[in-house]
Design a protein around this ligand. Structure first.
Ligand code: EPZ
Length: 430
C-alpha cells in the first residue's frame, strides 16, 4: 500500500497549475449521457473519483475515449442499461448524478446508493423529494435508488437544506421535463453554475444558477457540445493554505479568483499577504500566523471542503481559534492525527477549539478522508522531522499528482511502499 513519506521544514515556493474541478466534472460527465450526440469535455482532472464515474458510464454502454490526459470524448447513443450498480460506483458520492441524468433522458434509472468520504450522515432526501416533485416514483430497494416516471413534468421545488448534489441532480432531470421547474433555496457553488452552463451548451434552458432560485424550462432534447470545466476551487485553496502553513510563497495559476474570495479573506485575517491577478493568486506567508474564527457555510461562505486545511494553519497560529463545521457533522476525525503531530485542539460537537502551538512534529498518521488527508500532508510539510501518511488513496480521490505538484514547490515528499523505502527516503533527504 502506498504512503507519503514527508520531511517537513521546507517553505513551499513557486507556481502551481490548478486542474479542473472534480465536483463540477463528476456531474458534467454524468450529464453528457443526456444526449445521443458526442460530447467533448476538457480540463477533466485525472483523479480516482472521475475514473470510477467514467468506468460506471462505460458499464452501462456510454462510449468513453480519452484525447490526452484531461480531454474526454463521450457518446451515450448506445446506452444498454439504466442500472448503474457496479462495485466501484457504490464507493463514490457522485454516483447519484447518474440518477438525474438517466431519469431526465429515459424517465427511468436505478443507481447504487452513494458512498463517498465518511464525513457524516449524507442524506439524499432532497434529491428524492425533487425527483418525486417532477412526477417520478422513487423507492430504495436492495441497495439501489430506483426512479421511474411515465413522463417528467416541471414543478416548484423548495429545498429544505442547501444541497449541491440535490440542486444539480434535480436541475439535470428538469432540463428534459415538460414545462417549467423552479428550484428554490438552491446551492450557489461555482460547480452548480458550471453544470448549468454545460447543460445550456447542450441546448437546455436554465436561468438563475449561482443565485438561490433556479428556473429551468424543459426542452425536448439535448445535443452534443464542447465544454471546458472550471478550475478546482478546493485544490487551489489547498495550495494557498499549504503556502500559509509552510511559511512559503506560492502562486496558484489557472484559477478564478472570485471563487476563492472566502479563502483569500481568511488568509489575510491570519496574516498572509495575498496578491490577486486575473487568473492567479500569490500567497506569501512571512509573518507569524494569527488566530481567527471560521464557520463553514454554503457558497459564498467558507467551504466545508477547506475546513481541515484552515484548521491545520490555525493550530500553528498565535492565540485561540474556533472552527465551526455547519455542513457535515463528522468532519473533525483528522484532529486526532494532528494531535499526534503536536496540535492542541479540543472538539466539542461541531466546534473545534484550537490553541496555537507554533510548530508540528513529524509522526505516523492516516488520512481519514480526502480533504483531511490533504490537510495532514500540509501540516507534515511544515513539521520538524519525518512523517509517514497512510491511506493516501483518499487523497488520490480528488487531487491529481498531489505529491508531484508539492515536489515542484520544493517539498520533500515521496511515495513509498515499504519501511525499507521510507528508511531510504530518510537517508536521502535527512
Ligand atoms: C458535495 O457533496 C461535494 N461532493 C462535497 O465534496 C462537499 O463537501 C459538499 O458538496 C458541500 O459543498 C461532490 O460534489 C461529489 P450537499 P454533497 O448535498 O452534494 C445535507 C469533497 O471533499 N443534505 O451539499 O453530498 C447533507 O447531509 C466532497 O470533494 C440533506 O440533508 O453535499 C449536508 O449536511 C466531500 N439531504 C448538507 O445537506 C440531501 O438530500 C450539504 O450536502 C442532501 C444533502
Amino acid at each position: 500500500m502506498e504512503q507519503y513519506a514527508i520531511k517537513g521544514g521546507n517553505p513551499l515556493v513557486g507556481d502551481v497549475e490548478i486542474g479542473g474541478a472534480k465536483n463540477a466534472a463528476l456531474p458534467i460527465l454524468a450529464a453528457s449521457a443526456m444526449t445521443d450526440e458526442t460530447v467533448y469535455i476538457d480540463n477533466v482532472p485525472d483523479v480516482r473519483d472521475i475514473n470510477v464515474m467514467l468506468n460506471a458510464m462505460q458499464d452501462i454502454g456510454v462510449a468513453v475515449r480519452h484525447a490526452g490526459r484531461h480531454k474526454v470524448i463521450l457518446n451515450a447513443g448506445n446506452i444498454h442499461s439504466l442500472v448503474a450498480e457496479n462495485e466501484t460506483i457504490k464507493k463514490i458520492r457522485a454516483s447519484y448524478y447518474l440518477m438525474g441524468a438517466l431519469l431526465g433522458k429515459y424517465n427511468c434509472a436505478e443507481v447504487a446508493l452513494p458512498g463517498g468520504c465518511d464525513i457524516g450522515c449524507r442524506a439524499i432526501d432532497q434529491h428524492i423529494k425533487g425527483f418525486r416533485a417532477l412526477g417520478a416514483e422513487v423507492v430504495i430497494e436492495h441497495g439501489l435508488i430506483k426512479a421511474k416516471a411515465a413522463r417528467l413534468t416541471g414543478s416548484h421545488i423548495y429545498m429544505d437544506v442547501v444541497s449541491v448534489g440535490a440542486t444539480i441532480n434535480v436541475m439535470m432531470a428538469a432540463a428534459l421535463a415538460e414545462g417549467l421547474t423552479i428550484i428554490e433555496n438552491s446551492a450557489k457553488e461555482p460547480h452548480v453554475v458550471d453544470v448549468a452552463n454545460f447543460l445550456n451548451s447542450m441546448g437546455a434552458n436554465i436561468k438563475g444558477a449561482g443565485t438561490d432560485v433556479i428556473r429551468i424550462k424543459g426542452v425536448s432534447r439535448l445535443h452534443g457540445s464542447e465544454y471546458t470545466i472550471i478550475p478546482d476551487q478546493i485544490e487551489a485553496g489547498t495550495f494557498m493554505f499549504a503556502a500559509a502553513v509552510t511559511r512559503g510563497d506560492v502562486t496558484v495559476k489557472n484559477i478564478i479568483p472570485k471563487h476563492l474570495e472566502s479563502i483569500t479573506a481568511k488568509l489575510l485575517e491570519i496574516g498572509c499577504e495575498v496578491e490577486e491577478a486575473e487568473d492567479c493568486i500569490r500567497v506569501v506567508s512571512s509573518k507569524p500566523l494569527l488566530h481567527t474564527h471560521v464557520k463553514t457555510l454554503p457558497y459564498p461562505g467558507f467551504p466545508t471542503d477547506m475546513q481541515p486545511q484552515i484548521t491545520a494553519a490555525l493550530a500553528l497560529s498565535r492565540g485561540t481559534s474556533i472552527v465551526t463545521e455547519s455542513i457535515f457533522e463528522n468532519r473533525f476525525k483528522y484532529v486526532d492525527e494532528l494531535t499526534r503531530m503536536g496540535a492542541n485542539i479540543k472538539v466539542e460537537g461541531n466546534t473545534a477549539i484550537i490553541d496555537g502551538v507554533g510548530r508540528y512534529t513529524g509522526a505516523s498518521i492516516s488520512a481519514p478522508d480526502l480533504r483531511a488527508g490533504a490537510a495532514l500532508v500540509i501540516a507534515a510539510l511544515s513539521a520538524e522531522g519525518f512523517t509517514l501518511v497512510d491511506d493516501i488513496r483518499y487523497i488520490e480521490r480528488g487531487y491529481e499528482d498531489f505529491h508531484l505538484k508539492l515536489q515542484n514547490l520544493g517539498a520533500h515528499i515521496e511515495l513509498v511502499e515499504t519501511e525499507k523505502e521510507f528508511q531510504k527516503f530518510k537517508l536521502r533527504v535527512g
